[in-house]
Structures are given as C-alpha cells and as structure tokens.
Design a binder for this molecule. Sequence first.
Ligand code: FE
Length: 335
Amino acid sequence: MRTRLPGIALALLSLPVAANAAEVNVYSLRQPELVQPLFDAFTAETGIEVNVAFVEKGMVERLQSEGDRSPADLVLTVDIARLSQIVDAGVTQPVLSDVLTANIPAEFRDPANQWFGLTSRARIIYASRDRVEDGEVTTYEDLTNPKWQGRICTRPGTHDYNLGLMAAMIVHKGSAAAKEWATGLRSNLARKPEGNDRAQVKSIWAGECDISLGNTYYMGEMLADPEQTEWANAVRIIYPTFEGGGTHVNVSGMAMTKAAPNHDDALKLMEFLSSDAAQAIYAETNHEFPVKPGVARSALVASWGEFTPDNLNLMDVAAKRPEALKLMEEVNFDG
Ligand code: FE
C-alpha cells in the first residue's frame, strides 16, 4: 500500500520509476504462461507487483556472480536436483514461516527450510492405445524386458527428468542394478534418444514406437494444443512403480535468494504460492499435483486414476544425481 502524501511529494513520486513501489523480483525457469496467472492473482490480492526474468540456463552462475547485489528475491524452478544445486551453491537463505510449514507437507520441503516444493509430477509411461494391452507393463523394471525391443522412445537419458528417475533407481536397487537397468532400457529403444517428452508421444502416434517415458502434465499440455491433441489421443497413461516401491515423483519449487532486496514481500509471495488459491491455479493450468493437502487435482488429472507415489526421500534422490549422470554416460545411453 502506498502511503498518503501531500500533493507535491505525490507529484514527485509519480515519476516513471516509483522506487518505493512494493515489488518482488523472480528468476524463473518455469514457463511464462504458467506463472503469469499466479503472479496476476497475487498482485490483485496484495497490490505487490511481480517482475519476472525467465532464466533458462545458468541460474546458479547468475546468482553467484550477482552476489549481494542480485535484484532477485525468489527463484522458481523444477526438479529436486536443481533446487538442491541452487541451495548447495550458497545463494539462498532459509525461510521460517508457519504458513509454509502448514501448507507444504514435510516430504516436499527442505528440512533446513532452504527450498519449498509447490507442485509434484509423476514420471510415467505413455502407452499406445492400439498396441499395448492393459497390464503389459506395470513397473519401471519391465522396460528392460526383451519383448519391448525396438518399441520404446525417450528423451535423452542425461535430461534432468530421466536422471531423477535413474537416481531413484540407484537408491532403490544400488548402482550395479541401476546400470543394468539403463543398459536394458537402452537396448530396447526404437531410436536414439532425442526431443522432449511430447516428441516421444508424437512418435507413438506415428507408429515409430509403442511406449515412452514422460511427465504426467504433458498429457494436459498436448490436449490443450490443437496440433498435439491427436498425439495425446493415441496414448494412455500408465503409472508404473518400482518393484517394491511406488511411482517416481519429482517437484517444482521455490527458494528465497540470499540477497532478497524485497524480503518481506517475497515471503508474502512464497506464502501465496502455497495457498489454496495458487495451488488450484497450478492444478488447473498445468495439470500438476498440488502439494497442499485438500487442494483438488484437475478433472483431467483425476481421470487418470489414483497411484501410489514412491516414498523415497527427495534429498536422497538428489544426492544420487551425479552418479546417475555418470552411469548414463558409461552405458552411452544417448549415443
Ligand atoms: Fe517439463
């Protein structure tokens, strides 16, 4: 809220740059279309403006080089490994908030309060409606069965999403078994890994493969895009599990920078993003799973049925990322 001031002072303050206007600066790896509705809702409720810089690459390096002079208050990103990297680089600060601890379950936030999950998503199997029967593939381990030879498509094994899955496999089964799994999966690929998760579904639609790995929310994105609706309609979602475990899930989340020039307003934004209103926007606009208990999944997501999320600690998964990368390179997964 702007303080009421006498006429002259107000005229001076009305210059183009209102230095004292309440604002929060965000570095985001998340797509503009996704975050803008959230920030608009926040501004409507609080009057605090949100400035966003979309930072595709080099988030950590940028924050490190800016140091104490960084204009950024918050970072928004995906993947537990990336959140951990930002925290490990020492460019964030802990945030103590009763609102955040009440809204976000413990498994979706850092025990040291450096990062907070906002949504979760599952890494699942997209299966051809025509060429894959119900029950033919139920575990991640099934993907190494020779029956799938030449029938699987995936994006590169060195992408964060697949490294997260591989890291979870290492935590579940150990390095040797995980390496064997990656080798078996590679030998079943229809082609060299390339493209994003949706490109694999397109390949199923085109008849080039029968199953692919992908994140859940891409089904919603494909259905919303007239050019991709046909691809989406060629597949159904299968929630695979690890043998003896659940379905691999990862998070998107946020952290406050160490510099945070607008600390108090940034905290308000963090709390807002964990609220019922914001969590519902995440659910409806991006078809992710809200982390706040009691906030409903979108009708589309609910139509895919229930699943059992894997119960591994996300920090343990993040810790295995370097090894996951090393093993993927050793088996020449993308070669
Ligand atoms: Fe994604």
